[in-house]
Design a protein. Structure first.
Length: 84
């Protein structure tokens, strides 16, 4: 039996450790492989590979202030095709 869980954008941004950090959330099927090679110069690469289905990647934008009121930018989503 599977237990379902979810996390909202506000949940992620309310964690003090993630303040002023770039946060990327990945939703992927079981047995998905994640590889992060040694960083080079001023960038980091992340390789995610699945043979069981699509992978969704969410970029959680930093909270922005507008006219004195705080608002949350929409999360960007990137979906990839899984390999056969």
């Amino acid at each position: 039996m599977y237990t379902l869980a979810y996390v909202t954008y506000q949940d992620i941004r309310s964690i003090q450790t993630f303040q002023e950090q770039i946060v990327i959330a990945i939703k992927a099927p079981e047995e998905t492989k994640l590889e992060i090679p040694v960083p080079k110069d001023d960038h980091i690469e992340v390789h995610v590979k699945s043979t069981k289905g699509p992978i969704d990647v969410y970029l959680c934008e930093v909270e922005k202030e507008r006219s004195g009121a705080k608002t949350y930018e929409d999360m960007d989503t990137v979906t990839s095709e899984s390999e056969p």
